[in-house]
Design a protein around this ligand. Structure first.
Ligand SMILES: Cc1cc2nc3c(=O)[nH]c(=O)nc-3n(C[C@H](O)[C@H](O)[C@H](O)COP(=O)(O)OP(=O)(O)OC[C@H]3O[C@@H](n4cnc5c(N)ncnc54)[C@H](O)[C@@H]3O)c2cc1C
Ligand code: FES
Length: 352
């Protein structure tokens, strides 16, 4: 048994003989970015400050000689061989560090898939280095010269070695950027993404049942979070409640069914709000939640979608006992700035 000490927090994690550092960290609830888990992508690169480890077989393109010399290692393959290994990890309170955002990184639109009558999925490949991000984060996409101001879009997939980024965009009536994405942006176009941004990444040290609630393209960050959690072997039950207006607005059925068949702890339930169907749930999530989850006091809750949806679901979760610090949400607030202040603001100003 070895001990891994996290710098700068000083927290320690036990690592069994033969176990990798990545696996020991995950067992203890510390999330380290990772992708291939085989020494090929470089995503789990960390600086080792003290101690020795067996790096195992890894690709030079994932860990260069210069990086090895500087003390870096790939934790998915690294096994400690000294009593203690001190690694750089997170912040002073051991929370995962966010990646510095990049501006205007070039990507090519490799595919666009209509998912529902109002949601289109974009698949984007980087021309340069892949963007490093935590599942649940978002990027900004737009083209000012085409009259589409940059808007926030959640990344719908966990990081991949080829750096592909998937976005799912709902058409907003009269909205310049979502309509540009739906009507103008075509396969083969080069676009510029800025990011990653946001902290909808949850608390990786939580090891409790998880309830995710999503409506419309609010499914995007939930897909990325779930993908990453299931891939890293998260064992407690994970339930996804997805709200859609009609059966035609339900998407990603294939992927969700696959996850459900493959992972016994994952369950998806769909509710329709404007249509009823035999044997399925109907009604808005806040209304049906008490019947499905009478007690949420032990759950971590993740909610994404329109601000009104997020607010209503969070209020319902609180009523059912969910702890405030375990409720994580991403409200798709509009970045549209009205040209003139609304009349009530002018009035308040006049009265003040
Ligand atoms: C963190 C974050 C993540 C986001 N992720 C996604 C995502 O993954 N997918 C996605 O499709 N969108 C997402 N959004 C919303 C997105 O950023 C834009 O707000 C949306 O695409 C509208 O942009 P637009 O330029 O087309 O319209 P805007 O110019 O923003 O809006 C035009 C008009 O429509 C109104 N409006 C805007 N949004 C809505 C709405 N949802 N319902 C009703 N009226 C609205 C505005 O108030 C305005 O009057 C996210 C927002 C945030 C803050
Ligand atoms: S996860 Fe890919 S190199 Fe470690």
């Amino acid at each position: 048994m070895s001990r891994i000490r996290l710098h700068p927090s000083g927290r320690t994690v036990d690592c069994r003989d033969g176990e990798t550092v990545l696996s020991a960290l995950e067992q203890a609830g510390y999330a380290l970015p990772n992708n291939c888990r085989a020494g090929a992508c470089g995503e789990c690169k960390v600086k080792v400050l003290e101690g020795q480890f067996d790096q195992g077989m890894v690709l030079d393109m994932a860990l260069s000689r210069a990086e090895r010399k500087d003390g870096y290692g790939l934790m998915c393959m690294a096994k400690p061989i000294s009593d203690e290994l001190v690694i750089e990890f997170g912040t002073a309170d051991a929370k995962p560090k966010l990646f510095p955002p990049r501006e205007n990184a070039p990507f090519v639109v490799t595919d666009r898939i209509p998912r529902t009558p109002r949601i289109v999925e974009l698949r984007l490949r980087p021309l340069g280095q892949p963007l490093r991000y935590w599942p649940g984060q978002y990027v900004m996409l737009g083209d000012a010269s085409a009259g589409a101001p940059p808007r926030c879009y959640s990344i719908a997939n966990a990081p991949r070695p080829d750096g592909e980024i998937v976005l799912q965009v709902t058409r907003v009536d009269g909205g310049p950027t979502s309509n540009w994405i739906h009507d103008t942006l075509d396969v083969g176009a080069t676009v510029r993404l800025s990011g990653p941004y946001g902290t909808f990444i949850g608390d990786p040290s939580v090891d409790s049942p998880v309830l995710c609630m999503a409506a419309g393209s609010g499914l995007a960050p939930i897909l990325a979070l779930t993908d990453a959690a299931l891939r890293r072997g998260y064992r407690p039950p994970v339930t996804l409640l997805f709200s859609a207006s009609t059966a035609a607005d339900v998407y990603e059925r294939g992927l969700l069914s696959y996850w459900q068949a493959r992972h016994r702890n994952f369950k998806v339930q769909v509710t329709l709000t404007r249509e009823s169907r035999e044997g399925g749930l109907t009604g808005r999530i806040p209304a049906i939640l008490p019947g499905l989850f009478p007690d949420l006091s032990g759950h971590a809750v993740f909610i994404a979608g329109s601000p009104a949806f997020v607010e209503a679901c969070a209020a319902a979760a609180r009523t059912l006992g969910a702890r405030e610090d375990r409720i994580h949400s991403e409200g798709y607030v509009s970045q549209h700035i009205p040209e003139a202040p609304p009349p009530e603001r002018l009035m308040a100003g006049a009265l003040a």
